[in-house]
Design a protein around this ligand. Sequence first.
Ligand SMILES: *Cc1c(COP(=O)(O)O)cnc(C)c1O
Ligand code: SF4
Length: 356
Amino acid sequence: MIPKTTRLLQIPEAQILETTGETSQKEDKSWQKQQAEAFREPAELLRQLALPASLLASAQAASSHFSLRVPEAWLARIKTANPDDPLLRQILPVAEELERSDGFSTDPVGDQEARVVPGLLHKYQGRVLLMTTGACAIHCRYCFRRHYPYADDNFLTQLPAILDYIRADSSIHEVILSGGDPLSLSNERLTSLIQQIQAIHHIKRLRIHTRTPVALPARLDNGLLDLLQAINLQTVIVIHCNHPNELDEQVLKTLSNMQKCGLTLLNQSVLLKGINDDVDTLVDLSERLFSVGVLAYYLHQLDRVEGAQHFEVEDTEAIALHDALRQRLPGYLLPGLVREQRGEKAKTPLQGRCLT
Ligand SMILES: *Cc1c(COP(=O)(O)O)cnc(C)c1O
Ligand code: SF4
């Protein structure tokens, strides 16, 4: 049974396609076109990947609760005719999503309690989180915000109140652009937003949480790189990458370009059953990311969001995996194994970087 209250990550098309009108300098398809042509129909996805039609009914049922969205750039990294492909499993809607499990909810990390102004979460000391948009280049089936009521926040109309809140609290030193994916915003919107944040005296750092460099690397064109490079605050970009297969040549090149812009690049992964819950995969991931200047930051235990229970790895297994990882990697490439807990002011380490 699906509760009627289930909130969908349904964004009006106009909001997803905040095109700037700029054209990419490359001959490749512009990112706007790639964004517009992302796969949204389960039947089309199965056909493209030569997958059995028997997967269709459940894919359609699950996608009516949280829509399918996959850019061609991601699809190209999936091996055909393999239902177990680690990149496929992150995006293919499946029947298990319709099951319900104790302890799994629509707001697993307490976003609603931390929402001090619509569109602004103040949960962590010194940092605030801006829910800039509900749009993402890709829809990840385990997304902990798959039920977040983005439509209620209306970020743009709330922005003056959000900025007032930040101005009034000088203990806030860092603004985190989150969502959704902040790089779904047009360059104009990003520029205006960042300028307003920069103008606040007590803000020292800007952080952008984004899966776009991995999901839709063409978005990181010269226009956006110039914009990021021009930011007057120390800028940290936290990407989201779970498996080394996500890092093809174009993504690696994109990350390397970002690093050359003087941005600090970190990665967070979610530990996902059957996708990246083995040592070799995680070692390979950390090493490949660092080859283009990205440091492993967090390895998250799954946030217990309704519809994602089939991705959960047991804590004991996660800790054993992390121990094994520690034996294989230098300390600076070892991500912290953490869980985000409702009401907690910081992540709870299952094992910290420096624990013995
Ligand atoms: C934990 C978390 C953050 C920020 O936490 P840091 O420990 O400062 O990195 C931001 N957004 C989300 C969704 C988080 O779970
Ligand atoms: S990119 Fe992030 S916010 Fe968007 S669907 Fe994936 S996990 Fe959720």
